[in-house]
Design a protein around this ligand. Structure first.
Ligand SMILES: Cc1cc2nc3c(=O)[nH]c(=O)nc-3n(C[C@H](O)[C@H](O)[C@H](O)COP(=O)(O)OP(=O)(O)OC[C@H]3O[C@@H](n4cnc5c(N)ncnc54)[C@H](O)[C@@H]3O)c2cc1C
Length: 485
């Protein structure tokens, strides 16, 4: 079956839903939003932040990643497979990035992507998305008090990003997620007639006529797009879809017998992610249920006084054994909490490669954590600070002992070995089709007409905070740029 639309948007996650909605407001042609997973509408496991544990394996692509060079792919690397994407799969931490992040983007070649230019995009998001904080759990309060004992000020992170303690702003109304699908598209039966959201429909290949993208082959037939194909499959699968279609590093494509349409050596390269490592404490009493989200409290640190914004961000977890990234090395015999600092602008770069020539072949994800010498010493300093958090009166009142790494770890070498053995992700991959390297500042793929990338892949550098708010800002601006093109 072959059908035709004006815009074909591939991937119904954080970015794809926004671009679909905004293009439908600004253009009159037929738009199809294609999502490989199922719909989230009417499914509390997807829409209720506090029911994340009810999501079964088919809500996720089941990828794995290697944390360090030479390691097997030992880390579960969650990527949502449903309408709404990873924002129906995440913990809803929602902080506006500091201006310095976007000003850095512009200095890296992303002309027009500075903080001032992006401010209207954030304002438009807040017209649709409710941002609230969760009621504070007693253990989260102990963590915040610990930060205060160590001299950190209270910060309202919904207003500013600086060193201090506070609750995470959440893109949630009560426990109802405010993902892009929920905030921009629901109810699906009231969308404008020229916008069709098609779930359980996966793009297998982008189709080109010479160097012009003309549509996609899907598992239900061919869809041709008169005005453009827009990629929003996220920072792992957008480069994968491009590579299986003939775009990317030529040698990598030839290795899998894929004819090369455009040699894009940077595609799939420069993968950035927030790397973290936890300190785990057993608690004196069972962890009481939380009301909305097991990650309510945070702390930011500026360990390097010259850094443009905090260089460490904490997640304080009331749930230690997370569903994704479960790690037997961090087991505890009793109830426990953890604090995981991450390096906010980690510089190590990983890559995405193909394991085979089809979208059904899972991509090879190499994170290459600590390949840049900036990251490990900074995380090590943050881990020492984390131990001090555990030694405060506030935390001692509620915890019985530090169980990971445990009191036997003291020297830099011991801390480094621990960090390298348990390092974990905050699930923030980005940068694999970056502005200035793979796409132009108008988000068009270099050297190809009619093909845009609008998701986390286009980040020129990692940002200081959890990345979903910035993904949504990119999508708001992308819709402006594409509608005008
Ligand atoms: C477990 C977890 C926790 C997180 N916690 C937070 C947090 O608290 N705060 C925060 O800011 N960020 C968080 N993030 C990150 C954030 O949610 C993502 O960065 C953001 O949602 C990415 O948006 P995206 O549009 O780039 O991709 P996604 O939202 O991943 O959307 C991509 C979509 O494309 C679909 N797709 C892929 N391939 C195809 C294909 N071939 N055909 C059709 N459809 C396809 C996928 O099914 C998916 O729905 C978390 C992520 C995870 C996984």
């Amino acid at each position: 079956m072959t059908e035709t639309c004006d815009f074909l948007i591939i991937g119904g996650g954080s970015s794809g839903c926004i671009v679909a909605k905004r293009l439908a407001e600004r253009t009159h042609g037929r738009i199809i939003l294609l999502e490989a997973g199922k719909s989230d509408e009417g499914d509390p496991a997807a829409t209720d932040l506090n029911r994340l544990d009810e999501q079964t394996a088919d809500y996720d692509w089941g990828f794995r990643a290697a944390t360090l060079p030479g390691r097997p792919a030992e880390l579960g690397y969650a990527r949502a497979r449903l309408l709404g994407g990873c924002a129906n799969h995440n913990d809803c931490a929602f902080i506006r990035p500091p201006d310095s992040d976007f000003d850095l983007w512009e200095s890296l070649g992303a002309t027009g992507w500075n903080a001032k230019a992006l401010a209207p995009a954030y304002a438009r998001i807040l017209e649709r998305v409710t941002v609230e904080t969760a009621p504070c759990h007693p253990l989260s309060r102990a963590f915040l008090d610990a930060g205060r004992e160590l001299g950190l000020p209270d910060v309202n992170f919904a207003r500013e990003v600086r060193s201090g303690v506070g609750l995470f702003p959440l893109n949630a109304r009560g426990s109802l997620r405010q993902s892009s699908s929920i905030a921009y598209l629901h109810p699906l039966d009231r969308l404008p007639p020229h916008l069709e959201v098609r779930t359980r429909s996966m793009a297998q290949r982008i189709l080109c006529d010479g160097r012009q993208a003309v549509g996609a082959e899907t598992d239900h037939g061919i869809i041709l797009a008169r005005r453009g194909v827009i990629l929003a499959c996220g920072a792992i699968q957008t480069p994968q879809l491009m590579m299986v279609s003939g775009f990317g590093p030529a040698a990598e494509l030839r290795r899998h017998g894929i004819p090369v349409i455009a040699d894009l050596p940077h595609l799939g390269q420069h993968l950035r992610d927030h790397v973290a490592a936890p300190v785990v404490w057993e608690t004196r009493a069972p962890v009481a249920p939380w009301e909305i989200c097991p990650f309510e409290a945070t702390m930011m640190l500026s360990l390097d006084a010259d850094a443009p914004a905090p260089d460490i961000l904490f997640h304080f977890g009331l749930r230690v054994r997370e569903k994704y990234g479960d790690d037997p090395r961090l087991g505890t015999s009793g109830p426990a909490v953890k604090a995981s600092p991450n390096v906010t602008r980690a510089r190590s770069e990983g890559e995405i490669r193909l394991s085979g020539p089809a979208m059904t072949d899972k991509p090879i994800i190499s994170l290459n954590y600590f390949s840049d010498p900036y990251d490990l010493p900074l995380l090590l300093r943050a881990m020492r600070f984390t131990r001090r958090i555990g030694e405060t009166a506030a935390m001692r009142a509620v915890t019985a002992a530090e169980v990971h790494p445990g009191p036997q770890v003291h020297s830099d070498d011991e801390w480094s070995a621990y960090i390298r053995s348990v390092c974990e992700t905050v699930y923030h991959p980005c940068g694999t089709a970056a502005i200035g390297r793979v796409v132009s500042p108008d988000l068009g793929v270099m050297g190809i007409d009619g093909l845009h990338v609008v998701d986390a892949s286009v980040f020129p550098s990692l940002i200081t905070v959890n990345i979903n708010s910035a993904v949504m800002m990119v999508a708001e601006r992308a819709a402006d740029l594409i509608a005008q093109s």
